[in-house]
Design a binder for this molecule. Sequence first.
Ligand code: ADP
Ligand code: MG
Length: 243
Amino acid sequence: MTMLTAEATTYAVRLESVTKTYGPVTALDGVTWPFPRGGFTAVMGPSGSGKSTFLHCASGLDRPTSGTVRIGETDIGRLSEAKRTRLRRERIGFVFQSFNLVPSMDVEQNITLPLQLGGTRADPAWLDEVVRRVGLGDRLGHRPSELSGGQQQRAALARALVTRPEVVFADEPTGALDPRTAREVLRLLRETVDETGQTVVLVTHDPAAAAWADSVLFLDRGRIVEELASPSAASVAARWESL
Ligand SMILES: Nc1ncnc2c1ncn2[C@@H]1O[C@H](COP(=O)(O)OP(=O)(O)O)[C@@H](O)[C@H]1O
Ligand SMILES: [Mg+2]
């Protein structure tokens, strides 16, 4: 096995010297980070520290001003817009705080939308598995407006998982949920890592949410300033206080 192959199988996402500026604002300031395949990483930091920018650059939703981002072995900065869109659709799942479901579509249509857009059909066994995991089997014909916040976020998570992405990025997915519902969503993210070996990157400002991860990165002013392995809610909160 060549070195290149060994690295490609070890890391799901790698950022190297990634900088993102908006006019005079440096939102990301030379971030280098490898995300191990099959790992669950939480990203924390004060409001405005660059968490969303980090996630958008790492997932190909946005282009860095400089630096490289690799998904597996693919340098996404070298891809055309069309190929980057396709890579995002096929290899990446994204979950937003605000769910971003299509109001006019029912749950099943929302979940299978990435496949529709890609011109493929759901593998029925996998679709069943995803629907079973998020517990929405009896809600498939409902519109988002007929669901609770937790159910909507579980539908959004199913939509992110339906293509079996290598990496799931979630930007404060529990920010709009009550604590019990939030735990359900976090448990599902944890299962995604433990049962399917997918990679999860979760942005949160909640130490209890970060404690579900294998490792917590702390961002401050666009830089990674700390990593905390095997986090507990207490150790995350303590580190957070000391930043
Ligand atoms: N589209 C944008 N245009 C201009 N400035 C932006 C844009 N997106 C983010 N920023 C700025 O970049 C910095 C980091 O923002 P963001 O990544 O959203 O932080 P966080 O998610 O940690 O709150 C902030 O100063 C924010 O105002
Ligand atoms: Mg944000």
